[in-house]
Design a protein around this ligand. Structure first.
Ligand SMILES: *[C@@H]1O[C@H](CO)[C@@H](O)[C@H](O)[C@H]1NC(C)=O
Length: 269
């Protein structure tokens, strides 16, 4: 009886525990964007928009609850039809791990304004039709504590199917790149992003050691001291001239500034 209980408990923790991928991400290589180890970021989703009768990848996103995906505000255009692809690694082949979900509700942050990107609030929550099956290729990321600020230089990873280099092609396989956090006081210097960057954002990367990977709406993944992966940012914008420009780090919506809004939406929608 006790054994069964312990097994049940273990399974519950395994299934609902956040930020603990069955396949560990490769965090050894400190090079520009590389193919991720398949399914080592099991919370990474592909947001796909319908064009005609087909769906196309348009943004990244993160599974943060059994039925909830966090992505960017600017990823959603009113009137467009979307779906969510989970458990994906290589877009060019059917690997048998993919799960496709319809979206029941789209909740764009009420203060997001496409005409004023620098105001921030670039967030959207998507409620899925039903909970995906959580297994070795699908799991949830952890949300940080409200107000948590990462130290300058914290090594985080951006993931996504975004361009490999400026105006380059979209890769088939999920990419990852190391992006160290740039603290607000540095990122907001006049020769960096200046007042475009707000305290509700987090900057990471911004020099040649970091890649040009990931894409809008996707996660900034940072390992917590408890050994779990936290989604500390949602990719919001990069320099329009070239990706990975010096002093122009990638700018993310800082998840820890929106934990209250996120939990309220997840509770009430
Ligand atoms: C996870 O679940 C999906 C959906 O049932 C399935 O296709 C896949 O094979 C399962 N296992 C892994 C390791 O992805």
């Amino acid at each position: 009886m006790l054994q069964i209980l312990i097994i049940l408990l273990f399974q519950t923790v395994f299934v609902f525990g956040c930020g603990t991928p069955a396949v560990k991400p490769d965090t050894n290589r400190i090079v520009n964007g590389v193919d991720a180890r398949p399914h080592s970021w099991p919370w990474q989703i592909s947001l796909q928009v319908k064009h005609g009768s087909r769906y196309h990848h348009t943004c990244g996103g993160t599974l943060i609850g059994p039925r909830w995906v966090l992505t960017a505000g600017h990823c959603i255009w009113p009137g467009d039809v979307y779906r969510v692809l989970i458990g994906e690694h290589d877009m060019s082949v059917g690997e048998g791990t993919e799960q496709i979900h319809e979206i029941l509700r789209i909740v764009v942050h009420p203060d997001w304004d496409i005409d004023h990107v620098a105001k921030g609030n670039d967030l959207t929550l998507l409620k899925l039709d039903k909970s995906p099956i959580m297994n070795d290729s699908v799991g949830v990321a952890c949300l940080p504590q409200a107000g948590e600020i990462l130290a300058h230089g914290t090594p985080c990873y951006i993931t996504g199917w975004g361009n490999l280099y400026t105006h380059g092609p979209m890769p088939d396989k999920l990419q990852q790149a190391l992006l160290p956090v740039v603290e607000y006081s540095e990122c907001s210097r006049s020769d960096w992003w200046g007042n475009v960057v707000k305290t509700t954002m987090v900057c990471a990367g911004g020099d040649i050691v970091s890649g040009c990977n990931g894409d809008s709406g996707g996660p900034l993944n940072c390992l917590g001291q408890d050994g779990r992966w936290y989604i500390q940012g949602v990719t919001s914008f990069v320099s329009s001239s070239i990706c990975n420009e010096v002093k122009k780090p990638t700018v993310f919506t800082r998840t820890s500034a929106f934990t209250e809004w996120i939990s309220e939406v997840m509770l009430h929608y």
